[in-house]
Design a binder for this molecule. Structure first.
Ligand SMILES: [Fe+2]
Length: 239
C-alpha cells in the first residue's frame, strides 16, 4: 500500500473538503485543499457533521450537538451570507454609513463559521489516544513535553474570559505552534495563523449538560481529539 499521499488526498481523507475555501488567504486556501480561486465568490454552506449527533456521547450529549450544529453554527453561516449581501448592497448604493457594524459582523460570523467547522473536525467518536509522528514531535519541540502542551491547552481553554475558544495554531512566520485564546470568535488572534485544533467554550457547547463546570467539559473534549486529523492539518500547514 502506498504511504505517499498528496496534500489533496490527505485533506480528503481527513474530511476537510468543507474547509477548502474557508480560510481565505492565498496559502491557506490551498492548505485546505483548494487548487485555485473559484470563478466567483461562493455562498457559504453549513457542512454536515462528520459523525452522528449522538456519536460523542456521553462526553457531549446528542441534544447539545444537534442544537449546536443546526442552530448555532447554522446561524453563523446565515449571518455571514447576510452580511456579505448587505456589503454588496452598500457597494451598489455607495452608502457605507453602516460599514463599522458590517465589518464587525463579517469578522464575527466568518470566524464563527470557520471555527465551528474545525471544531467538528477536531473530535472523533471515542477519541484517538495521543498525538503521533510529526505533530507529536512538533508539540514536544514547541512546548517542552506533551504534558506541558496539554496543561497549557487545558488552562487556556478553561480560562477564556466569557465566550470563546481554546486554539492550537501554527504560526508560519515563526514556524512554531502556539496556543491561543479567542474571545467571541474573532478577538485575540494573530494574523496568518493556521488553526489546527479548536475547543469551543461558549456556554452553548456544554451548559445544558455540564452547567457551570466548563473544566469538566474541556477535560472530556481533550479525550475526544482527533489527533490524526490535527496532524494532517499540521502537515499541510508546514508544506
Ligand atoms: Fe459554538
Amino acid at each position: 500500500m502506498s504511504t505517499i499521499l498528496t496534500r489533496r488526498e490527505m485533506m480528503k481523507s481527513a474530511g476537510l473538503g468543507a474547509l477548502a475555501f474557508t480560510l481565505g488567504a492565498s496559502n491557506t486556501g490551498r492548505l485546505f485543499g483548494q487548487e485555485k480561486p473559484p470563478s466567483r465568490p461562493k455562498v457559504y454552506e453549513l457542512p454536515p457533521l462528520p459523525y452522528a449527533y449522538g456519536a460523542l456521547a456521553p462526553a457531549i450529549e446528542e441534544r447539545i450537538l444537534q442544537v449546536h450544529h443546526t442552530k448555532h453554527h447554522a446561524g453563523y453561516v446565515k449571518g455571514l451570507n447576510a452580511t456579505l449581501e448587505k456589503l454588496e448592497k452598500a457597494r451598489a448604493s455607495g452608502d457605507f454609513s453602516n460599514i463599522k457594524a458590517l465589518s464587525r459582523d463579517l469578522a464575527f460570523h466568518g470566524s464563527g463559521h470557520i471555527l465551528h467547522t474545525l471544531y467538528w473536525q477536531s473530535m472523533k467518536p471515542g477519541g484517538s489516544g495521543e498525538p503521533e509522528g510529526v505533530l507529536r514531535e512538533a508539540l514536544v519541540r514547541n512546548f517542552g513535553t506533551l504534558g506541558a502542551f496539554k496543561a497549557q491547552f487545558l488552562a487556556a481553554s478553561k480560562q477564556v474570559e466569557g465566550s470563546g475558544w481554546g486554539i492550537l495554531a501554527y504560526e508560519p512566520m515563526g514556524e512554531r505552534l502556539l496556543i491561543l485564546q479567542a474571545e467571541k470568535h474573532q478577538n485575540l488572534t494573530i494574523w496568518g495563523v493556521v488553526p489546527l485544533l479548536v475547543c469551543d467554550v461558549w456556554e452553548h457547547a456544554y451548559y445544558v449538560q455540564y452547567q457551570n463546570r466548563r473544566g469538566d467539559y474541556v477535560d472530556n473534549f481533550f479525550k475526544l481529539i482527533d489527533w490524526p486529523g490535527a496532524a494532517s492539518r499540521y502537515t499541510a500547514a508546514i508544506e
